[in-house]
Design a protein. Structure first.
Length: 337
């Protein structure tokens, strides 16, 4: 049974903890936080041992009546793998800790690619993470782009990718985020970080990305144009994508016209927290003109990297190959709408 530590129990960390708990070959050894709040209380209610991420603040937990299992160092020492889900930049500061205890570590997309040995997407380069000590599960948007690019490259070859990313301003709980009433080119310079980030998965890919931020919290939206190496019928692309477990083709009959209804559908379907682990591609948007493929996809920023973290745990520990791991993760979480 793989003992998994989760350092950083926020939007991503708490979802990864729940997903790890569902796995037959993994156990949540504990989760670490810097301060008591509703998430700390929920962690304890769920039975996750809670560790203090910052020694000087341990007394805050005592004062709030929350039992602490020990310092984060103990957690890291005892774990087979640590999933670092702290805010961008903190993962880099924590690297030394993981090296000190010789515990393999997974980082999230907010960290720089050069922090790690391998940037990871389960569908694209699972095997590259075998035995790596430091692996980065790429960001939600990069995950979403990689999942689409992989099958297209294998089936037809890809000459060029152009993607425009309309990004949610903040997550639902991020009351300090904006914009409130605006549309921002973000970054205003081109490319956005997503293109170079996708190239950490596919080093030889030609890709340009443009980013914007809008006053929404539910999901990101990608407008994608892929120039393929051959002329392809849109129906063939639909069939290709239908075989991909982490691509959900939204059928026209469902009358889902945007991310609001998508989230509503996920809640109706009984998904935990209304999470959408799959890329949500509007089936009708899949169109081809000559060698050019076009589509729209919704990416649920809070959850699409969660199954990728679970797979990355198996990849670094060598406990399953890509196919086995993806299948087990999908089955235990209920992926495949
Ligand atoms: N949210 C998203 O849409 C996505 C985020 N990511 C990436 O995932 C990573 C985490 O992001 P996200 O979950 O959104 O961030 P959150 O801010 O929601 O969660 C991070 C948590 O880490 C805790 N924390 C802060 N400092 C430390 C520390 N030194 N040690 C341990 N815990 C600490 C904070 O809680 P507290 O201080 O209360 O302990 C905070 O709740 C980032 O790299 C981000 O870029 C990737 C894909 C999507
Ligand atoms: O990794 C994400 O987006 P990104 O791929 O646009 O950086 C997450 O949605 C986090 O974005 P944030 O940096 O706006 O919190």
């Amino acid at each position: 049974m793989l003992q998994v530590a989760i350092n950083g129990y926020g939007t991503i960390g708490k979802r990864v903890a729940d997903a790890v708990r569902e796995q037959p070959d993994m156990e949540v050894l504990g989760v670490a936080k810097t301060r008591p709040n509703f998430e700390a209380e929920t962690a304890i209610d769920k039975g996750f041992p809670l560790y203090a991420a910052v020694e000087e603040r341990e007394h805050l937990f005592d004062e709030a009546g929350l039992e602490i299992a020990g310092p984060v160092e103990d957690l890291v020492d005892e774990a087979d793998v640590v999933v670092d889900a702290t805010p961008s930049g903190i993962g880099a500061q924590n690297k030394e800790l993981y090296e000190e205890y010789d515990t393999p570590a997974l980082y999230q997309g907010g960290e720089d690619a050069d922090l790690v040995d391998v940037s990871f997407n389960a569908r694209s380069n699972f095997a590259d993470a075998a035995d790596a000590d430091h692996v980065r599960v790429v960001s939600c948007n990069t995950t979403g782009l990689s999942r689409v690019i992989s099958p297209l490259r294998e089936a037809y070859g890809v000459e060029k990718v152009r993607a425009t990313l309309v990004r949610r301003g903040g997550d639902p709980g991020q009351t300090d985020r904006g914009p409130i009433n605006d549309i921002l080119p973000n970054p205003v310079t081109i490319p956005s970080h997503h293109g170079p980030d996708v190239e950490t998965i596919f080093p030889d890919l030609d890709i340009d990305t443009l980013g914007m931020k809008v006053p929404a919290t539910q999901m990101h939206m990608h407008s994608l144009n892929v120039t393929l190496e051959e002329e392809v019928d849109a129906d063939d692309v639909r069939e290709l994508f239908a075989d991909e477990s982490r691509l959900f083709l939204i059928p026209e009959r469902m009358n889902i016209d945007g991310s609001g209804k998508l989230k509503e559908y996920a809640l109706d379907a009984g998904r935990p927290r209304g999470d959408l682990w799959e890329n949500c591609i509007w089936e009708e948007s899949i169109s081809t003109v000559g060698n050019d493929l076009y589509l729209f996809q919704g990416i649920h920023q809070e959850s699409d990297v969660v199954p990728e973290n679970v797979d990355a745990i198996r990849a670094v520990t060598g406990s399953a190959d890509a196919e086995e791991s993806i299948e087990r993760t999908n089955e235990t979480l209920g992926i495949g709408l």
